[in-house]
Design a protein around this ligand. Structure first.
Ligand SMILES: Nc1ncnc2c1ncn2[C@@H]1O[C@H](COP(=O)(O)OP(=O)(O)OP(=O)(O)O)[C@@H](O)[C@H]1O
Length: 687
C-alpha cells in the first residue's frame, strides 16, 4: 500500500468583518481574541463584560467555530437571549444557533436526553420551590412530625436546609449545626425526612432545581456520556461566574472539552447569591480547577460618571473580604449623586414620581429610568402612587407569575398530561373539585398509581354522587387534552373554560385572575408543546407584572421597578435607590455576621453601579407600622460618605412656601431645594 502524506495546511488569519480593535479596549480585545486554553476574566461593574462576551461569540463564529458547538451559560435565560440577539446584530443570524441558557436549563436538556442513564423516564417534570415545600409538608404530616412536643422545622425551613446541604456540599448535620442549631435535637428526623423526600421524587418522576445540577454531575460520571457531551462543545463560555457554587464549577469542568477552551467571566464584588449557596470565592478557585489558565482583568468602566463611580468605590472600600480592582472611567464627573431624606415613605414615593415626571418632561423616556430596592415589599407604596398617576411600570423580582395559585392550578392540568405520575399535580386538580377532600384525593391517588388509563377517572369506582359531575368533567377535559393535538395556547383556553367557575368560587379577586389567564394564553402562543411550556416556565418564571407587557398591551416602554437582585446586569440613565435604611440594606438579619454584611455591601455596589448619569439615594426618616410610627436610621454604609460624595437634597412642600417663592417654570438644574408640588410636575429650583 502506498502512503500519501497530507501536508498540514498553513493557518490563515481569518478575515474579520468586524473591526474588533476599534470597538474594544485592549483588555476586552485580549479576551475576545483569546485562543489558548482556560481563561478567567475578572471584570468590574460596567467594564463591558457583556459586550466582551457578545463580541467573543461573534469572533469565534467568524473564525470558523460551529455556532452549535459554542455553549454560553448565563444567569438567566433572558440574559442569554439578549446576548445572542446582540451578537446576531453585530455579526449575523448564525449567532442564534449558539447553545445558550442557564445551568439548570442546559442540565435539564441533558437529563431528558440521557434519562435512561439515571433511571428516570424521559417525561420527568420539574417542581419549583413551592412544590418542594408542599411535598415536605405532606411527608412531615405523614411521619407525624407535626405532632411532636418540641418544635419541628416548618416546610420552608426544611426545604432551605436540604437545599443548602446540596449547594454548599455539606451534610445535613453541618447545615443544621451552623444555621439552625435550635433543631439539632431533631437531626435524625430531618435526615429521615430528606431521604423520604428523595424517594418521593424518584417514585413520582419529578426533579427539583437542585436535582437538575446534582443528577447531571452524576450522569457525567458515565465516561461514554461524558465524552458525548464534551464532544458537543468546542467552546464553553460562562457569564456571572461569581454567582456559581461548587457544583456548578464542577459542571463547568465536566463540560469543558479536552482542548480546555473555557472562558468564565465574573466580578467577585457583584456576588449576591450567597443565600442560594453561591460562593464568591469560587471565582478565585478557577485557576486551581483549570491549570495554566490565563487571567484578564477589565477595569475601565464605561457606564457611570466619575461621581457615581466614586460612590461605588467607597461602598466597596468598606468590604472586609475583597479582591483589589482599580475601576476607572474616562467619562466626565457628572452631577453629584443625590442623598434624599424624606419625611416618610409617602413623601419618598411623591419625590420619586415627581422627579420621574420631571425627567420625562426633559425628553427622557420611562425606559431610561429605574427604581431599585432591597426587598419586593419596599416598593408597595410607590406602586400605589404610580398607579394613581397612571405611569406604566414593570416590576422585577416580585412574585413570579407561574407561582400564583391560579396559574399553578391551570398548569397542574398540563403536568398530569405530561407526567401521569406527578402526584402533587393530581392532588391539586382533584381537590379543586367540590366535594373532593384530602381523603378522597388520597384514595384516587392510590388508584391512579396502578390505573391503566389514569384519565378515565370514572373507572376508579370511586365516584360518589357528591362529586360525580365534577370528576367526570375533569376526566373529559384530560381525555381531550391528551387525545387532541392541541397547541399549548389552545389547551390553556380549554382549561380556562373548565377552570373559570372554580376560580370564581375560590378567589374573591377572580376577575383579575381570569384576566391573567387570558394574558397567559397570549403568551403561550410562543411555545411549541406542553413539555416545553412547563419546562420553560419552571426554569425561567415570568415576572408577575411582566405579563401585561409580554402579552403586548403596553404602548410605552414602562418604568422598571426592581429588586437589586433582579437588576443584575442591567443599566439605566437615572437610577433611584429607595428605602436605603439600616435594617433594610444591610438587612436586619445580616448585621451580626461579617460575611453577611459583606454580601449586603456587594448588593449596594450592584445597585449603585446600575446608574449611568445620575443616582438618587433616598430614605424616609419615619416609618408607619401597625405598632405606630418608628424613627429610622439611614443605612450604615452611607455613614462614611460625606458631602463630597453625596449631595444632600432638601425637600420642601410647595404648600409650605410663600407664594412669592414659587418658581415660574421648572428648572432642570439639580440643586436644592426640591419642591414637592401637587404631583403634576416636580420642580427643582436653585436656592
Ligand atoms: N469598549 C467600549 N467602548 C464603548 N462602550 C463600551 C465599551 N465597553 C463597554 N461599553 C459600554 O459600557 C456599558 C457597560 O457594559 P456592559 O453592560 O457590557 O458591562 P458589564 O461589565 O456587563 O456590567 P455589569 O457587570 O455591571 O452589569 C454598556 O453601555 C456598554 O455598551
Amino acid at each position: 500500500m502506498k502512503k500519501f502524506i497530507l501536508k498540514k495546511e498553513a493557518q490563515r488569519e481569518p478575515a474579520y468583518s468586524i473591526d474588533y480593535a476599534a470597538l474594544l479596549n485592549e483588555a476586552q480585545l485580549q479576551a475576545v481574541m483569546h485562543e489558548g486554553g482556560p481563561a478567567l476574566v475578572i471584570a468590574g461593574a460596567g467594564t463591558g463584560k457583556t459586550r466582551t462576551l457578545i463580541y467573543r461569540v461573534a469572533r469565534l463564529i467568524e473564525a470558523g467555530a460551529d455556532p452549535s458547538k459554542i455553549l454560553l451559560l448565563t444567569f438567566t435565560r433572558r440574559a442569554a437571549r439578549e446576548m445572542l440577539d446582540r451578537a446576531s446584530s453585530v455579526l449575523d443570524e448564525r449567532c442564534r444557533k449558539v447553545r445558550g441558557g442557564t445551568f439548570h436549563f442546559y442540565c435539564s436538556q441533558l437529563l431528558h436526553q440521557y434519562h435512561e442513564h439515571i433511571g428516570f423516564p424521559q417525561n420527568f417534570t420539574i417542581i419549583d420551590t413551592a412544590d418542594a415545600q408542599d411535598i415536605l409538608q405532606m411527608l412531615r404530616a405523614e411521619f407525624r412530625f407535626d405532632k411532636l412536643k418540641t418544635r419541628f422545622p416548618k416546610k420552608s425551613t426544611l426545604q432551605n436546609i436540604i437545599s443548602a446541604a446540596i449547594n454548599k456540599q455539606l451534610s445535613l448535620y453541618e447545615v443544621v449545626e451552623r444555621g439552625y442549631d435550635q433543631f439539632l435535637n431533631h437531626i435524625e428526623r430531618i435526615e429521615e425526612l430528606a431521604s423520604a423526600y428523595r424517594q418521593y421524587k424518584e417514585q413520582h418522576r419529578v426533579m427539583d432545581f437542585d436535582d437538575l445540577l446534582v443528577r447531571t454531575v452524576e450522569l457525567l460520571q458515565n465516561e461514554e456520556v461524558l465524552q458525548l457531551v464534551r464532544g458537543r462543545h468546542q467552546y464553553v463560555l460562562v457569564d456571572e461566574y461569581q454567582d456559581t457554587n461548587a457544583i456548578q464549577a464542577e459542571l463547568v469542568r465536566l463540560f469543558t472539552p479536552a482542548s480546555g477552551k473555557v472562558m468564565v467571566v465574573g466580578d467577585d464584588a457583584q456576588s449576591i447569591y450567597r443565600f442560594r449557596g453561591a460562593d464568591h470565592k469560587n471565582i478565585m478557585r478557577f485557576p486551581e480547577l483549570f491549570e495554566g489558565s490565563t487571567r484578564i482583568t477589565l477595569e475601565e468602566n464605561y457606564r457611570s460618571t466619575g461621581n457615581i463611580l466614586r460612590v461605588a468605590n467607597k461602598v466597596l472600600e468598606q468590604a472586609r473580604d475583597k479582591f483589589e480592582k482599580k475601576l476607572f472611567t474616562k467619562r466626565e464627573d457628572g452631577e453629584l449623586p443625590a442623598l434624599v431624606k424624606t419625611a416618610d415613605t409617602r413623601e419618598q414615593s411623591r419625590f420619586v414620581v415627581q422627579m420621574i415626571m420631571n425627567l420625562r418632561e426633559q425628553e427622557l423616556s420611562l425606559g431610561d429610568m429605574a427604581v431599585l430596592f432591597r426587598n419586593g415589599r419596599d416598593s408597595f407604596d410607590l406602586e400605589i402612587e404610580l398607579n394613581r398617576r397612571k405611569i406604566p411600570f414593570i416590576k422585577y423580582g416580585g412574585q413570579k407569575f407561574s407561582e400564583a395559585a391560579h396559574i399553578k392550578d391551570v398548569l397542574a392540568h398540563l403536568r398530569v398530561i405530561v407526567n401521569p405520575d406527578d402526584a402533587l399535580a393530581w392532588n391539586r386538580i382533584l381537590t379543586l373539585i367540590e366535594g373532593i377532600g384530602p381523603k378522597t384525593a388520597a384514595d384516587l391517588l392510590n388508584w391512579l398509581a396502578t390505573a391503566g388509563n389514569p384519565y378515565e377517572l370514572a373507572a376508579s369506582g370511586l365516584v360518589s354522587e357528591k362529586f360525580k359531575a365534577g370528576l367526570l368533567g375533569l376526566s373529559q377535559l384530560l381525555i381531550d387534552l391528551k387525545k387532541n393535538e392541541l397547541s399549548p395556547a389552545e389547551a390553556l383556553a380549554q382549561i380556562h373554560a373548565y377552570y373559570k367557575p372554580v376560580c370564581e368560587k375560590k378567589f374573591d379577586d377572580h376577575p383579575k385572575r381570569l384576566k391573567d389567564l387570558e394574558a397567559f394564553e397570549a403568551i403561550a402562543v410562543n411555545y411549541r408543546d406542553y413539555p416545553q411550556l412547563l419546562e420553560e416556565l419552571a426554569l425561567d418564571p415570568i415576572e408577575a407584572t411582566a405579563v401585561d407587557t409580554l402579552a403586548g398591551r403596553e404602548d410605552e416602554t414602562p418604568l422598571v421597578l426592581s429588586t437589586i437582585h433582579s437588576a443584575k446586569g442591567l443599566e439605566w440613565a437615572h437610577v433611584f435607590l429607595i428605602q436605603c435604611l439600616d435594617g433594610v440594606i444591610p438587612s436586619g438579619f445580616s448585621v451580626d455576621e461579617p460575611e453577611e454584611l459583606d454580601e449586603e455591601l456587594r448588593l449596594l455596589y450592584v445597585a449603585v453601579t446600575r446608574a449611568q448619569d445620575m443616582l438618587y439615594i433616598s430614605y424616609p426618616i419615619l416609618q408607619h407600622s401597625n405598632f405606630g410610627d418608628v424613627f429610622t436610621k439611614p443605612s450604615r454604609f452611607l455613614a462614611e460618605m460625606g458631602e463630597s460624595l453625596l449631595e444632600p437634597w432638601l425637600l420642601v412642600d410647595e404648600s409650605e412656601l410663600p407664594q412669592t417663592q414659587l418658581p415660574e417654570a421648572s428648572a432642570a438644574a439639580p440643586d436644592t431645594p426640591l419642591q414637592l408640588g401637587d404631583g403634576t410636575q416636580a420642580e427643582v429650583t436653585e436656592e
